[in-house]
Design a binder for this molecule. Structure first.
Ligand code: FEO
Length: 168
């Protein structure tokens, strides 16, 4: 059975993952309005992955006897100055999410909630990967600058990553 403090914090994290999915879909819409669409496909996949993350927490709450609570999701930023600005916003979002996951893990540890700690181990590793792709994308887009050929190559790279195997 979940302690109320843990259930409440898990619900917040569930809604944060839902919000991330919403945010990445808004980024997809911005990128999709510009051709080519490799970056958009990559961001669409991130939106789908965040939904899976949200449901992992939803299921954990349910399995532990709690009740997931859906909250209103704030409208995300949908206007960006550039593709690089999109990935910088993604990097900020993932940094916030990492801090939130770490705080949640600490709370579970402080309450001796071992199942929640075990479930969150996956998220801790996932955040390392997600921060890494954000950092790499921002670095590569900085190098590309305004070069159309470099941006085209990066678009193809990210379009390819959109269909690569993943563990979510
Ligand atoms: Fe589910 Fe990107 O955090």
């Amino acid at each position: 059975m979940l302690k109320p403090e843990i259930e409440s914090a898990l619900n917040d994290q569930f809604n944060m993952e839902q919000s991330a999915s919403h945010g990445y879909l808004a980024m997809t819409a911005y990128l999709d309005a510009r051709n080519p669409n490799g970056f958009a496909a990559f961001m669409r996949r991130q939106a789908d992955e965040e939904r899976v993350h949200a449901l992992k927490i939803f299921d954990h709450i349910s399995e532990r006897g709690g009740t997931p609570k859906l909250m209103a999701i704030e409208a995300p930023e949908q206007d960006f100055d550039s593709v690089k600005a999109v990935f910088e916003a993604a990097r900020d979002r993932e940094g916030d999410n990492t801090r939130s996951i770490h705080a949640l893990f600490k709370l579970a540890r402080d309450h001796d909630d071992y199942p929640t700690q075990t479930m969150l181990q996956w998220f801790i590793e996932e955040q390392v990967e997600e921060e890494a792709w954000c950092d790499e994308a921002v670095d590569l887009l900085t190098m590309a600058g305004d070069s159309s050929s470099a941006l085209l190559m990066l678009d193809q790279k990210y379009g390819g990553l959109a269909t690569a195997p993943t563990d979510e």
